[in-house]
Ligand binder design. Structure first.
Ligand code: CU
Length: 325
């Protein structure tokens, strides 16, 4: 069997092993678009982003979230046919790596272990112990391509007996939520966006922009993301660390008081014991799925992340979201 036949065989075996009447097959295709984004200081920064394949490739930062149910089969195709390579060899292409997902090496999108960089289909069937937030990103010249914006959220959701998604983080009813939003953390060093190949620029990271789900959110009055919830409701936030620095996540009220929240998963697995805390350090590549309960009176809280230097923990900047109730 050649490489692709081997993959088809593996998929067939996986379907026989895990396929159930309620398991869905999800076929998605992604392309790669180059976009220019105007930042808060007026500067234009070029990003490479995953868009939906078909026609001329367009997209936004970050790539659209992908949702897959436990036991479903995701066939995620990267189609870069006819695209001029954005970097010279050996970085002359792209892949999709499903970060944190247990997949066979041939589905892993890592060029160093044999993945083609000219397009492929990546197959993933989440097992019953996988819940919550993962991520997908390009694994070619990762120090550059991740920074360029080649990423998005990958969410594994529990399903009911009829095959419908449950509005809970894991199979446990204790993780039921009324509202959900993704907080995808990322940082931008504009020098990385113009450097190529093995430039020494990549030896030192100096981020200038600090994002939540593709937006800066520099103040509580101009949050990166906002959610209109209601009083006495459960709000789930999916925290996904695609930043290249350190970060501390908190939820604060309008007066600045820290609020408690409960983490139910870490890195796509249920925590043995849910952790109720007022802050969480979120590292590069790390994920948490959390829930908080809105209070009984109307107002707003501000989920936020303080980005920090890896070298000494010094604060860079805080990016804010907003939840009204
Ligand atoms: Cu790439």
């Amino acid at each position: 069997m050649n490489f692709n036949d081997t993959k088809k065989f593996a998929v067939a075996v996986a379907l026989l092993a895990f396929g159930t009447a309620n398991a869905a097959t999800i076929n998605l295709s992604k392309c790669v678009a180059s976009i220019n984004k105007t930042m808060s200081d007026g500067a234009s920064v070029t990003f490479w982003v995953f868009g939906p394949a078909g026609g001329m490739c367009t997209g936004a930062l970050p790539g659209a979230p992908i949702e897959v149910g436990v036991g479903d089969t995701l066939n995620l195709t990267l189609n870069i046919n006819g695209m001029t390579p954005q970097e010279a060899a050996p970085y002359n292409g792209h892949t999709i790596h499903l970060h944190g997902a247990d997949v066979a090496t041939a589905e892993d999108g890592v060029p160093e272990t044999g993945a083609p960089v000219t397009g492929d289909t990546y197959t993933f069937t989440p097992a019953g112990n996988m819940y919550g937030s993962y991520m997908y990103h390009c694994h070619v010249h990762t120090v550059k391509h991740l920074e360029m914006g080649m990423y998005g959220a990958l969410i594994v959701r529990p399903k009911d007996a009829s095959g419908n998604f449950l509005n809970q983080i894991t199979a446990s009813a204790a993780t039921t939520y009324d509202y959900v939003q993704t907080y995808l953390f990322s940082t931008v060093d504009p020098a990385y966006h113009t450097a190529t190949g093995d430039s020494t620029v990549f030896a030192d990271y100096n981020p200038k922009y600090f994002l939540i789900t593709g937006a800066e959110g520099k103040t509580t009055a101009a949050p990166a993301v906002s959610l209109a919830a209601a009083v006495n409701k459960k709000v789930a936030l999916r925290l996904i660390g695609l930043h290249s620095v350190g970060g501390t996540f908190e939820i604060r009220d309008a007066a600045g008081a820290a609020k408690t929240f409960t983490a139910y998963t870490e890195d796509g697995r249920a925590l043995p014991t849910a952790q109720t805390v007022t802050s969480l350090d979120v590292s590069a590549g790390q994920r948490f799925d959390i829930i908080f309960t809105t209070p009984a009176t109307t107002g707003a809280w501000y989920p936020q992340i303080s980005y920090k230097k890896l070298r000494d923990g010094a604060a860079y900047a805080t990016a804010y979201g907003k939840v009204t109730f």
